[in-house]
Design a protein around this ligand. Sequence first.
Ligand code: ATP
Length: 303
Amino acid sequence: MVHTKAPGKINVFLKVGRLEPDGYHDVAIAYQAVSLYEEVRAVEADDFSVSVTGTVELSRVPTDASNIAIKAAQLLAHHTGYRGGVRLAIEKHVPVTGGMGGGSADAAATLIACDALWGTALPRDEMLGLAAQLGADVPFALTGGTAIGTGRGDQLSPALAKGTFQWVLALADFGLSTPGVYSELDRHRDRHAQDIFPADVAPSVDADVLQALRAGDPHMLAETLYNDLQAPALHLEPSLAATLELGEENGALAGIVSGSGPTVAFLAADPDSALELQLALESARLTVVRATGPVHGARIVSD
Ligand code: ATP
């Protein structure tokens, strides 16, 4: 049996380029891996199967071949010519369809679990190549830490980071579909084409974000949190605006919709104010988890 874990992530900066003819957008993302981990246990088997447990709402997670962990295992087997299968057990702690890359973390944890279980010893660059085929956020779940993603988000370069940031996450009891939020952004840009600047062809991460991450300064980072998907997510789910307001009234330095939402991530100045904020949000009946970042990427756990 091989046991691995991989982190969820917060996009502290996300700029979306214009809609390309193939229906995709280029993006510029500053990713931070956070201390909510997905765990995967892999056992040799003749075919491919998956079971899912965890501390988050699991009803939207498939347990058939459409589960991204099965796709990851099958891709690795195909790529290496491995003829057997695997029985996977996923333990989820990252909210599902929460914009925190839980599925991507499952895929990354599965790739390294199967590679170790099967003894396929895939070189790192090939592993990153397979990860990118599985999804734009999967390479980052492998590398973890702090990184800048461009292209579809999968062209990664590491970013310098210091210190530990304190996050308080308000989870929603509904999901938002990533493609749905992008379509809402496109509709908004079409409607307002007269009044807003056209979106960049090749967006980039603002220099002050990189500076704040390098300095490890939450006050600086709070000023630079940015997400082009926030407005469309709020348009689709107006209740998120009240969540953002509540956090900011209760001591958050800043709040941001994480990725395509609906998780709202609040940055706190220190562990004490993170705890206070958590209690305030919980007394408003929100489901809250705390996390710190950056943390390492997918790795094997020695039991
Ligand atoms: P991202 O931030 O990378 O866009 P997300 O955090 O919003 O992703 P996930 O929970 O990673 O969303 O994935 C959600 C979708 O993927 C759901 O529609 C779910 O049915 C499907 N899915 C497939 N495999 C998994 C898995 N192992 N865990 C969670 N969802 C999965």
